[in-house]
Ligand binder design. Structure first.
Ligand code: AMP
Length: 367
């Protein structure tokens, strides 16, 4: 008897593609990835590869033809190319969540329209509109490029009027000015939704350094009522927007008030802990969702801390891997070139809370 093995196409072959491909394989599902870099991490595990630009329409169509369902780990796939493909092939998440998240102004407007609270914001295109926005929102405030920003790139905190001058070069492209939220903590949620249900992974507390996620602590060690409200508001938002597939939302929390910061319709760095920290993980549930398989409700196995490994911590992570500690899971993405702020891997400490991490492991990494 032969069975029909399914194939998932992934636009992008970075570490997210790598982990989708690894989890797909465990479910007996093949993968094909498309990425402009022949050395991209996911190519080491995907069954097939297409080396091509993200805006190469012919190559994207080839990826779709080779796949039973297609997803993306790269967020800036142009709409002109993806929208026609959505009509012809099975791209269960569609273009909408990408479109809604590609521009910070649209993203925050959409969040508000669908019931979430955001920091105050204003569109800014030139010095005059920046000064007007500063007058309205007050200082400090954060100026961000509307598109293509990530991990703190393309943003600047304005603390006083004197900072405005130095921030003007950012205005070479359309920007957004946001109220600076003096948050008590940052948190995020990852959800996967099909037509029947939304499953959500336990909320993590996120600690950033230089605008890049450093640690994710789960449970979030925060007020249970706030976390339960975050979960229900997030699930309601995902349904109200009509999104299917995977969605991650990052929030700021201040005095119990929850502010939407940004979202991503792909697996999220703050959800990497789910691989060992939960009974099922964000990559596996995405694969299931893409192929119409029933979703599984995740449960936290034990308190878990995820530490991101940037270039400067690569050697420390390699040492940890060699030492083989129980409950310590080292993931290295196999990137050829290591740079100080580049994400090279992550380590998941299962059975460890924030205090235990600080006492036992924090010293191993660059401070
Ligand atoms: P983002 O790329 O928007 O996620 O921003 C990166 C990090 O900068 C966030 O995780 C926050 O730590 C900080 N940040 C961004 N926007 C704001 C804001 N409006 N108020 C305070 N901190 C912010």
């Amino acid at each position: 008897m032969t069975t029909a093995v399914k194939t998932i196409g992934i636009i992008g072959a970075g570490q997210l593609g790598l982990m989708i491909a690894e989890q797909a394989r465990l479910l007996g599902v093949r993968t094909v990835c498309l990425d402009p870099s022949p050395e991209a991490p996911a190519f080491a595990v995907s069954d097939e590869r297409i080396v091509a630009a993200y805006d190469d329409a012919e190559a994207l169509e080839r990826l779709c033809r080779m796949s039973d369902a297609v997803t993306y780990e790269f967020e800036n796939v142009p709409g002109e190319i993806l929208i026609p493909l959505c009509g012809k092939y099975d791209i269960p998440q569609g273009y909408e969540p990408l479109y809604d998240s590609q521009d910070r102004l649209r993203e925050k407007t959409n969040a508000r329209e669908h019931g979430l609270r955001t920091p105050e914001f204003a569109a800014v295109d030139d010095e005059a509109s920046l000064r007007a926005a500063v007058a309205r929102l007050g200082l400090p405030a954060v100026l961000k490029t509307r598109t293509l920003g990530y991990d703190g790139h393309g943003q600047r905190v304005l603390k006083s009027e004197a900072d405005i001058e130095a921030a003007l070069p950012l205005l070479a492209v359309p920007c957004i000015l946001e109220e600076f939220v003096r948050f008590d903590y940052e948190a995020s949620i990852v959800m996967v939704a099909d037509d029947e249900r939304v499953v959500s992974f336990p909320i993590g507390r996120n600690i950033h350094r230089d605008g890049i996620l450093d640690l994710c602590v789960v449970p979030a060690e925060a007020d249970a009522e706030v976390l339960s409200r975050m979960k229900s508001e997030s699930e309601r938002f995902m349904r109200a927007c009509g999104y299917r597939g995977i969605l991650a939302i990052e929030y700021f929390v201040r005095e119990g008030a929850i502010y939407f910061n940004e979202m991503a319709p792909r697996p999220h760095n703050s959800g990497h802990y789910t691989i060992e920290g939960c009974t099922t993980n964000q990559f596996r549930e995405l694969v299931r969702c893409l192929l119409g398989m029933p979703l599984e409700e995740p449960r936290l196995v034990a308190p878990t801390v995820m530490k991101n490994i940037l270039g400067q911590d690569l050697e420390a992570a390699e040492r940890l891997a060699a030492e083989r500690h129980e409950g310590v899971h080292v993931h290295l993405y196999g990137k050829r070139e290591s740079r100080p702020k580049r994400k090279m891997g992550h380590v998941t400490f299962v059975g460890t809370d924030a205090a235990a991490y600080a006492a036992a492991w924090a010293d191993r990494f660059v401070r």
